[in-house]
Design a protein around this ligand. Structure first.
Ligand code: SOE
Length: 399
């Protein structure tokens, strides 16, 4: 038995597309799910663009004001795919109207907003999720599986980078449709909220809570023309951020992110080194997970030291996370599939009563780390994150 789930999508940009595609694909590739997303209403401020998007993707109706959208009786889910400065108000109103709420990352511009959103969602008791899609890259999910299988052993180091290069030119303006990420009022922060939030979410999923950080940030281009005013205005975001971290499990972390790494487009990498093994991932080569296994020889067993080395696992077998839903071994999948996987996990969680992660509360923990990072960069001191120790984003205890 299937039942329709009527989607009210807010936003028709990059994420509007990525999420709409997931709604269309999920029932085809995860047919066992009971809920079948139905593209009901597309909401966007510019009527002509909203209508065009709705036509392309098959939304039945168009709204230009999210306040009307959240009150509609023919909508079950509100999906927030708009700039960060709109997340709070929309989430609060959606929760007050009893809608399920899906929100694009980062959860909010800052911790205070994220706390209000989490409180409101939990008080309303509605299903919710934040689209940290990279957890659903099969190779990253495989890394988590290897941690759970205790193949990494006692963790020592976690190393993450998230590098891009699209804001190097000083004449790139800030603000407006495509460039709100450069406007601190709309985004809340720069690479910390936009890119490092991904790295932090993945890190805490694989390696548990981050307890304290010390950070440094830089804004290389100090003034940019704002698209709304047409005037040169100070830039309030961090263009680059580096921080050291301590994890609750005793391991050490380094995180680096910038939009000024010439040649790097979406270079999202991590490496985890433990006593028994290491994993390495690079999103620019997303089908692969590199794994190094430190073999402890059984008594009398000869170790073939001349053959030790990293193993490149091509993560396309049906035994790999999510891959039984797609093609034959060796045939690859891409970025858009991660959203379909996230949605499938969310719906399954609702149906079997084990909410998918990261929900708002888990994303709130990532927001705590982002806040501590920015605070540390201001104070130039080690700063506690306040991440809840029982957080549900935590990887299982690693011995
Ligand atoms: C920024 O350029 C961006 O689009 C992020 O906002 C996304 O979350 C990331 O996945 C790709 O890069």
């Amino acid at each position: 038995m299937t039942r329709p789930l009527r989607i009210g999508m807010v936003g028709y940009g990059f994420m509007g597309k990525a999420h709409s595609n997931a709604y269309q694909q999920v029932g085809r590739f995860f047919p066992e799910l009971e809920h079948r997303p139905q593209l009901q209403v597309l909401c966007g401020r510019q009527a002509d663009k909203a209508k065009a998007f709705a036509g392309t993707w098959g939304y039945q109706h168009v709204e230009t004001d999210w306040r009307r959208l959240v009150e509609r009786d023919d909508v079950d889910v509100i999906d927030i795919g708009t700039p960060n400065d709109t997340h709070l108000e929309i989430a609060l109103a959606a929760a007050a109207n009893g809608k399920w709420v899906l929100c694009e990352k980062p959860l909010a511009r800052d911790l205070a907003e994220a706390e209000r959103m989490t409180d409101a969602i939990e008080a309303a008791g509605v299903p919710n999720m934040v689209w940290f899609n990279y957890r659903r890259v099969p190779a990253i999910a495989l890394a988590r599986q290897l941690v759970e299988e205790k193949r990494i052993g006692r963790p020592f180091h976690y190393r993450a980078t998230y590098l891009q290069d699209w804001t190097i030119a000083a004449d790139v303006p800030q603000g407006g449709a495509a460039l709100w990420r450069l406007d601190v009022d709309a985004a809340g922060s720069g690479v910390t909220g936009d890119l490092l939030a991904h790295s932090i979410d993945t890190a805490m999923w694989l390696n548990g809570p981050i307890t304290s950080v010390v950070a440094d940030v830089e804004t290389f281009v100090k003034e940019r023309v704002h698209q709304d005013s047409g005037k040169l205005q100070p830039v309030g975001i961090d263009d680059a951020c580096m921080f050291l971290a301590r994890f609750a499990n005793g391991s050490m972390g380094t995180f680096e992110s910038t939009r000024y790494a010439r040649g790097r487009k979406n270079f999202n990498t991590f490496e985890l080194n433990g006593a028994d093994g290491s994993v390495h991932f690079d999103l620019e080569d997303p089908q692969y997970l590199d794994f190094f296994e430190h073999k402890r020889p059984a008594t009398g067993e000869k170790v073939e030291s001349h053959l030790t080395g990293w193993r490149r696992v091509h993560v396309t077998n049906s035994e790999h996370p999510y891959m039984d839903r797609w093609w034959v071994p060796g045939c690859t999948i891409g970025y858009e599939h991660t959203f379909t996987h996230a949605l499938a996990d969310f719906l399954r969680g609702v149906e079997d009563g084990t909410p998918a992660q990261p929900d708002f509360r888990a994303a709130l923990q990532t927001q705590r780390v982002c806040e501590a990072v920015l605070e540390s960069a201001r104070s130039r001191k080690w700063t506690d994150t306040g991440v809840e120790s029982g957080m549900r984003a935590t990887a299982p205890a690693i011995s």
